[in-house]
Ligand binder design. Structure first.
Ligand code: ZN
Ligand code: ZN
Length: 454
């Protein structure tokens, strides 16, 4: 039924009814005959206007039926409009009532159209009734739908209210539980506070006691210190204090030790002999095979008459046998080194760049001679020491003849400062063989000479 019926068609019918109304109003003379028709047309127009307002809502079969009923009025309305437009010019307000043609038309209209008006009126009243009934039906349907929707919404609202009430109950329960927890926490906090404050108070009290004791002890210590200070100030003895810088002596093993500058050479000698009682160099020191020089000038040796300058540095070197048959002063004399890379020292002598040993050729002769028997060395040293202990003098002279000290490689390796003894060697010019005595060299040289036959 709804096919081909649109809102525009309904509007066309409405405008048609409006046109007929305006036409009838313009034909003022025929007013009484079609008052009812005019009322019917107005009713139709109102119904159609009401129908137009329903357009925006969702389509329903009732609205389509109303549209169909409205459209079925279209054809008779158009026909009637066409008929009355013919009389519009002669019966309208513009025409003069005196003209004969106008009076004739009026009479013709009154008799010719009264049947049409009645027919149209009946037709319209039937359809208008249908339209009104359908509109009422549609209104009822809409109301029913609205009441159903309202009912469902009411149910939803009721449901939501129930949910909200449940939530409120739950929130209330939570709040009461939290209140209980907070109260519990507050009581615990109060307990903790009381415990902590009690402990802290006791700690503070004990700390206060400790601090008070510490204060008392400090005061006692201070008074003791004051007493000590007073006693020192009155009894200090400055006779044995060192007012000069001490001498710094570096011994043959590289050990540095301070020597009071009030000491003389003999006391320094005693100190050195005491330090070399055992260990590397003990035999050489016991025999006096060592030299003491100033670090700034190693060519002049200290002796009994030397003055020990306060603050100066002394070097002690042990006399060792020159290991090389030919005298040289640029090759390191240390066993298992023999490096030729050496540098000159300002005070004199040279220092090996490899083993850092200071060495120089001395003018002194070495008293000890080489032997291989180590036990005999110990025996000889013991004899010397015993002699010294017994107050003997000129030890070296009395024992020199019996002394034979080994040239111990291991002890030589421990030395830091060495002097090469001036034990003159007798060297053969032809084969570089060395001899300790000139007679031996002369006897050897005879072997190079050509045999002489006399
Ligand atoms: Zn070296
Ligand atoms: Zn020779």
């Amino acid at each position: 039924m709804s096919v081909g019926i649109s809102a525009r068609d309904v509007l066309a019918v409405s405008s048609l009814a409006k046109d007929i109304c305006s036409c009838l109003k313009e034909i003022g003379g025929a007013k009484t005959e079609y008052q009812d028709l005019e009322r019917e047309l107005e009713c139709l127009q109102k119904a159609l206007t009401h129908l137009d307002r329903l357009q925006s809502k969702k389509p329903s079969p009732t609205i389509d039926s109303i549209r169909f009923a409205a459209l079925s009025c279209r054809r008779p309305l158009e026909e009637f409009l066409r008929k009355i437009r013919r009389y519009e010019t002669s019966l309208g307000p513009e025409c003069t009532k005196k003209s004969l043609q106008g009076q004739l038309d009026k009479i013709r209209f009154r008799f010719g159209q009264s049947d049409d008006i009645r027919k149209l009126q009946n037709y319209l009243s039937v359809h208008l009734g249908t339209i009104n009934i359908l509109l009422a039906e549609h209104g009822l349907e809409t109301m029913m739908l609205a009441s159903e929707e309202a009912e469902s919404e009411r149910l939803q609202i009721h449901q939501r209210l129930d949910d909200t009430q449940n939530l409120l109950h739950r929130v209330q329960d939570n709040i009461s539980a939290q209140t209980a927890t907070v109260l519990n926490g507050m009581s615990i906090l109060a307990k903790v506070h009381s415990i902590v404050s009690g402990e802290t108070q006791s700690s503070w009290a004990s700390m206060k006691e400790i601090v008070a004791k510490a204060c008392v002890s400090t005061q006692q210590i201070y008074s003791v210190v004051l007493d000590i200070k007073a006693s020192i100030a009155s009894k200090v003895d400055v006779r044995w204090s060192f007012f000069q810088d001490p001498l710094i002596c570096e011994d043959a093993l590289g050990r540095k030790f301070p020597v009071p500058s009030e000491y003389d050479f003999a006391m320094l000698n005693v100190i050195i002999r005491q330090r070399f009682q055992t260990g590397p160099g003990s035999a050489e020191v016991a025999l006096g095979d060592f030299e003491i020089t100033e670090a700034t000038d190693r060519s002049s040796f200290l002796s009994e008459s030397s003055f020990l300058r306060p603050g100066s540095s002394l070097i002690m070197a042990i006399l060792i046998e020159n290991p090389f048959p030919i005298m040289t002063d640029e090759v390191c004399p240390m066993p298992r080194c023999g490096s030729s890379v050496t540098r000159k020292v300002d005070g004199g002598g040279r220092i090996c760049c490899r083993c850092n040993v200071w060495f120089a050729v001395s003018t002194k002769k070495r008293k000890a001679t080489d032997i291989e028997d180590a036990s005999m060395v110990q025996q000889v040293i013991q004899e010397i020491l015993d002699h010294i202990m017994n107050g003997g003098e000129s030890t070296q002279n009395t024992t020199r003849k019996r002394l034979k000290i080994t040239y111990n490689h291991e002890s030589v390796r421990a030395y830091k400062n060495v002097s090469l003894a001036n034990n003159a060697h007798y060297v053969c010019d032809e084969c570089r063989k060395t001899f300790k005595r000139a007679a031996h060299l002369r006897r050897h040289q005879l072997s190079h000479d050509a045999p002489k036959y006399i």
